[in-house]
Design a protein around this ligand. Structure first.
Ligand SMILES: C[S@@+](CC[C@H](N)C(=O)[O-])C[C@H]1O[C@@H](n2cnc3c(N)ncnc32)[C@H](O)[C@@H]1O
Length: 378
């Protein structure tokens, strides 16, 4: 099973599928299907180890175990009972099942989950006279059922807990960006990882930390966590060690350019530093408590990226327009020669920046439609 190729579906937040697809290509995986919240590729279970370890913009890595035509819950039960679960589950395994069900045979997807669980339990009872436990916990074996119309696909969720959290955020202030979104914004800026990355208004430091990790080739999997694939009966511990050491050996530890993170809120900067320490990139980031206008902008190329408050979540609308006008002045007066980016959900306030945008890309911060606005600063 380790070397058999099958469909791998990698899920992501809405709006991130194009960037996830690009990220997958960097690791040699060609997309075979792309949807709003997922990209599918072909690969082995061992490839899922790698994808969990390296991907910065993904939520989960699902490995397809089998699929079956099913127009009744009993069809699913029958097929699932004939699957050799004993290669994946231990006798004492705890199973959790999630699903997406859209067909006319089942009204409540929970019933589909129960039939799938029954099939596994009954198989174990017949083979070993013992039943695996099941429930909502995601810290052991997690399965995912995708049953659309007459076709059901059964996946091993090799991540278990979501990999959208990169594991370094111990303290947050204000309205932090999800790590996957921060990584996607940096990819989208086409920052070359060889020039400065400057992040005034850094808040909890997510953008600067993601930038530092990318620059040295450090992957989210390096920050300790466990995955569902490590709980399976066929877990190849050596295979995973080989992947880890291959990627760790490529990592660099010094940067010939600067990553700068500033915020006027002392507590935010303290939290950002703690988060960077947890990610072990604190030595690569220059932190400072200061107004964004006092951020030291080094000479040379680079990216300046700001994520100011934008009203729906923080800040007062009446002050925001003035705030955005000041950000525009700062970009114009202090950041010439750099590529400037503002990530915001408030397009009205953004009009006050007073600079021509060279691109506007749509992203979602939770439910809020936002834009990554790019400015060429001559
Ligand atoms: C939306 S939050 C940034 C969140 C950040 N991207 C993260 O992931 O944690 C905006 C930040 O701007 C900071 N801020 C607001 N006005 C500022 C100013 N005049 N100078 C510097 N920072 C400011 C706030 O303290 C806050 O931390």
């Amino acid at each position: 099973m380790m070397s058999e190729k099958n469909k791998i579906t990698i899920t992501c937040a809405p709006g991130l599928a194009d960037i996830l697809e690009m990220e997958l290509e960097q690791f040699g995986f060609k997309s075979i299907e792309k949807k709003e919240k997922s990209v599918s590729v072909s690969g082995t279970l061992a490839d899922c180890y790698l994808l969990n370890y390296v991907l910065r913009t993904a939520n989960r890595v699902l490995f397809k175990l089998f699929q079956t035509g099913a127009t009744h819950p009993d069809h699913l039960y029958k097929k699932a009972k004939s699957y050799p679960w004993e290669y994946i589950l231990y006798k004492g395994s705890y199973i959790s099942i999630d699903s997406f069900v859209q067909n006319k045979f089942i009204r409540d997807s929970r019933f589909a989950n129960v039939r799938l669980k029954d099939a596994i339990v009954d198989r174990f009872m017949e083979l070993y006279k013992t039943r695996p436990d099941s429930g909502p916990r995601k810290d052991d074996v997690v399965l995912f059922l995708y049953w659309f119309e007459k076709e059901a696909e059964i996946y091993l969720d090799t991540s278990g807990e979501t990999i959208a959290r990169h594991g370094y955020r111990i303290n947050t202030t204000g309205a932090p960006l999800q790590e996957t979104l921060a990584a996607a914004l940096i990819y989208s800026s086409q920052w070359d990882r060889q020039s400065h990355f400057i992040n005034p208004m850094c808040g909890s430091g997510t953008l600067a930390i993601e930038a530092a990790m990318m620059a040295i080739g450090k992957y989210p999997g390096e920050i300790s966590r466990s995955y569902c694939f490590q709980k399976t009966g066929n877990y190849n511990i050596n295979g995973y060690e080989v992947i880890k050491s291959k990627y760790r050996s490529k990592r660099i530890d010094r940067l010939p350019f600067r990553i700068i993170a500033t915020d006027c809120d002392r507590r935010a900067v303290e939290n950002a530093k703690k988060n960077a320490e947890k990610a072990r990139v604190d030595h690569l980031i220059d932190f400072k408590v200061c107004d964004f206008r006092a951020t030291n902008i080094p000479v040379g190329n680079g990216v300046v990226m700001l994520n100011p408050e934008y009203g729906e979540r923080l800040g007062l609308e009446k002050d925001l327009e003035q705030h955005y006008a000041e950000i525009g002045d700062f970009l114009k007066q202090k950041c010439a020669g750099k590529k400037g980016f503002i990530f915001t959900g408030n397009l009205n306030a953004a009009k006050r920046v007073g600079l021509r945008t060279s691109s506007k890309k749509i992203f979602y911060n939770g439910k809020i439609e936002c834009r990554l606005l790019e400015y060429d600063l001559f």
